[in-house]
Write a protein that binds this ligand. Structure first.
Ligand code: 13P
Ligand code: SF4
Length: 312
């Protein structure tokens, strides 16, 4: 079957929009109406007039789209596409943790479940986290969840001492400084660009730290010809497309392969996307009370980002 032809026919027939994250396989990125980072995808989801959203990403991203569009049908090609970082923060344990900090506000990274969002005052992404935290007075007490690497990075950048939940992303947290030092030694002309979910030791070596969109923009506009990329391999598709003459070296997750794939992001395939569009499932379903409560901190993030000029 020609999946691309069928997807194109069905998306028109059903007035569907296909949103894809940069970590999706290249053939999904190529067919999407929009490819972006979590912030760009949330903004697109908030503004779409499509009847159906096919979310080629992971569960928390599709959930965010559903929270912003309770009356629309939101499908995820593979419902098993979760996120180790979101899973590292179970709501019951987080609730108990928060009891220790009654005078703190809660800022949560968007990589968390809808239940965690209902317990948060504000959501942020890697594309706006530093600026959103900085929009609060220095003395504001803050609990930051679930990514301790991103939280630690923000603390260092802003001079705050937010209380951090002890969560990590299994893909970024294992990138080894040894592998990076080896790549830097062999490629002294390359710049190291890293996602803030990486460990502090990796971020300390980086020439530039940012969200996937920020890394992509940096690789396009920097004068450097070579980049060592410390994030998931999927981003290389757009980096190479926008700068075909430049060289991109991914930081490998182990010695056995030259790759670094998120096992959850890579569960989605073109065939599963076609089936989700055709069968209108698996769909994201959430209780109305959860939608109601989770919507507030997400909408606050979007309005604050707009106010601060972080999005247009
Ligand atoms: P971005 O918002 O930077 O694309 O990050 C999403 C993500 O899951 C990183 O692991
Ligand atoms: Fe989650 Fe990490 Fe995969 Fe991003 S790369 S979706 S944070 S497991």
């Amino acid at each position: 079957m020609d999946f691309i032809k069928e997807i194109n026919r069905l998306r028109k027939e059903k007035n569907a929009i296909i949103l894809a994250h940069f970590y999706q396989v290249p053939e999904i990125q190529d067919i999407a109406d929009f490819v972006g980072d979590s912030l760009g995808l949330a903004q697109k989801a908030a503004n779409t007039d499509a009847d159906m959203i096919v979310f080629a990403g992971v569960h928390f991203m599709a959930e965010t789209a559903k929270i912003l569009n309770p009356d629309k049908l939101v499908v995820l090609p593979d419902l098993e596409a979760g996120c180790s970082l979101a899973d590292s923060c179970p709501p019951d344990r987080f609730g108990d943790f928060l009891k220790n900090y009654p005078d703190h506000i809660v800022i949560s990274y968007i990589n968390c479940s809808a239940e965690i969002k209902t317990m948060s005052d504000l959501i942020c992404t890697s594309g706006n986290a530093v600026e959103l935290v900085e929009s609060f007075p220095k003395e504001q007490k803050i609990v930051f969840a679930p990514d301790k690497n991103l939280g630690d990075y923000i603390n260092k950048k802003t001079g705050r001492s937010m209380v951090l939940w002890d969560g990590t992303c299994e893909v970024h947290d294992i990138l080894s400084t040894e592998a990076i030092i080896g790549l830097k030694t062999d490629n002294p002309d390359a710049e190291l660009i890293a996602h803030p979910e990486c460990k502090a030791a990796v971020l300390a070596l980086a020439d530039f730290v940012g969200s996937t969109t920020a890394l992509l923009n940096y690789s396009r506009t920097s004068k450097s010809e070579k980049f060592i990329v410390a994030t998931e391999s999927g981003i290389l598709h757009q980096m190479q497309r926008l700068s075909p003459e430049k060289t991109f070296l991914i930081v490998p997750s182990d010695e056995t392969c030259n790759c670094n794939d998120c096992p959850y992001m890579k569960l989605n395939t073109l065939e599963k996307l076609y089936l989700a569009l055709k069968n209108e499932k698996p769909s994201i379903e959430l209780a109305s009370e959860v939608i109601e409560a989770a919507k507030k901190p997400i909408e606050k993030m979007l309005s604050l980002s707009l106010e601060l000029g972080l999005i247009k």
